[in-house]
Design a protein around this ligand. Structure first.
Ligand code: DQA
Length: 153
């Protein structure tokens, strides 16, 4: 049997505090709740899952570099680094894997400094404003991207 392709889901700073962090903006689910829902959906889609969170830009960059040989695609919620990090953009660009960007909140309906994302430049697509459901949409989108890559669809 062929091994299922692994999708790396990366979460940036402060997302470890979901559940208590501004629940009116980010919802009441914890990151562990989101991890469990993603694991279930990945399984249903025939994908392997590696789900991680870091508050550090350097750690995220390292994980993106490692993904080149370990994952088939990356779903990323870079959190605040979305709006500041050329280092994360560069790492994503260099790793050569398909990327789907996700945000819990609708960043375009919020403060102007959240409207710009460095990552969007190279992402296949961006999903924002659907809360935790956005992660599931991102996995569905990634499954389709990977199928197309393999010439199945
Ligand atoms: C976020 C939006 C960012 O602007 C913010 O800094 C976050 C979370 C979201 O998921 O809505 O930490 O990426």
């Amino acid at each position: 049997m062929r091994k299922s392709p692994t999708v790396l889901i990366l979460n940036g700073p402060n997302l470890n505090t979901l559940g208590t962090r501004e629940p009116e903006v980010y919802g009441r689910e914890t990151l562990d709740d989101i991890r469990a829902a993603c694991a279930e959906r990945a399984d249903a889609l025939g994908l392997g899952l590696d789900f991680r969170q870091s508050n550090g830009e350097g750690e995220l960059v390292g994980w993106i570099q490692d993904a080149r040989n370990a994952a088939a695609g990356i779903v990323i919620n870079p959190a605040a680094y979305t709006h500041t990090s050329v280092a994360i953009l560069d790492a994503l660009q260099a790793c050569g894997l398909p990327v789907v960007e996700v945000h819990l909140s609708n960043i375009h309906g919020r403060e102007p400094f959240r409207h710009h994302s460095y990552v969007s430049r190279m992402a296949h697509g961006v999903i924002c404003g659907f809360g935790s459901q956005g992660y599931l949409f991102a996995l569905e989108a990634m499954a389709r991207i990977l199928e197309r890559q393999e010439g199945k669809a």
